[in-house]
Design a protein around this ligand. Structure first.
Ligand SMILES: *Cc1c(COP(=O)(O)O)cnc(C)c1O
Length: 219
């Protein structure tokens, strides 16, 4: 399926009004598809699988900013630490510790987002919102000198109930605002995918992760 360039342009226009960033989610998509969007000007791409991301990073232009948006296992951090631009799915202290360690080895400071569990489904990863404000304090952030905790990421429930999606994103936005008031460099709110990015933008998202709308549905 060809890349949907008209959809790309119209998403960019919507995002511009909100000062929000587009991460084009290219998991399972070919390098040719990624290059097509790259040549249209896109530089931020998101991937879910470590092996796939490493291969693409080697083969594709080096000025692509790669976002890791999937569930990251501690033992795989080392493969992406040399180049990853932003890790969206940090869901445990163990993972923070590992990313900090690999960042240090690579002489880097790595930007990360904490993934928060806002959906009602059990299967989605993330920190529980309750208690996060008390956990993620400036002292907590200082434990990881090679990381910058830049914000939050969340996925809404998979549902047609738009009110529910609104309220889940709204809760995440409120938590984000309160954390932003107590932490430095905390300014990225990653929420919204193909099906719900308009709702997310309305609720204050400043980074959307969009795949199928741009690249077509995945097998
Ligand atoms: C796959 C994925 C997306 C993109 O989903 P689409 O519905 O194709 O836009 C966004 N965020 C995460 C975490 C994903 O895994």
């Amino acid at each position: 399926m060809p890349v949907n360039l008209p959809a790309y342009q119209s998403v960019l226009t919507e995002l511009q009004e909100k000062n929000a960033l587009l991460v084009a989610v290219s998991k399972t998509k070919s390098e040719e598809d990624i290059l097509e969007l790259y040549h249209a000007g896109q530089r931020d791409f998101g991937e879910n699988y470590v092996q796939e991301l490493s291969d693409k990073q080697k083969n594709l232009p080096q000025d692509i900013r790669w976002h890791f948006i999937g569930h990251l296992q501690s033992n795989k951090v080392k493969y992406i630490a040399p180049f990853v631009h932003l890790i969206h799915g940090i869901d445990s202290e163990k993972l923070l510790k590992e990313v900090n360690k690999e960042a240090q080895k690579n002489n880097r400071t790595i930007d990360v987002l904490l993934q928060v569990h806002i959906a009602s489904e059990e299967t989605k990863f993330g920190w529980e919102p309750a208690g996060l404000l008390e956990t993620v304090t400036p002292d907590f952030a200082r434990q990881w000198p090679h990381l910058r905790i830049r914000g939050l990421m969340g996925m809404a429930s998979f549902t047609d109930d738009t009110q529910k999606i609104h309220s889940e994103f709204q809760n995440l936005r409120q938590l984000f605002n309160r954390l932003a008031a107590q932490l430095p460099n905390f300014n990225i709110l990653s929420m919204g995918m193909s099906a719900d990015y308009k709702i997310a933008l309305g609720e204050g998202s400043n980074l959307v992760r969009i795949g199928s709308l741009l690249f077509g549905s995945r097998a």
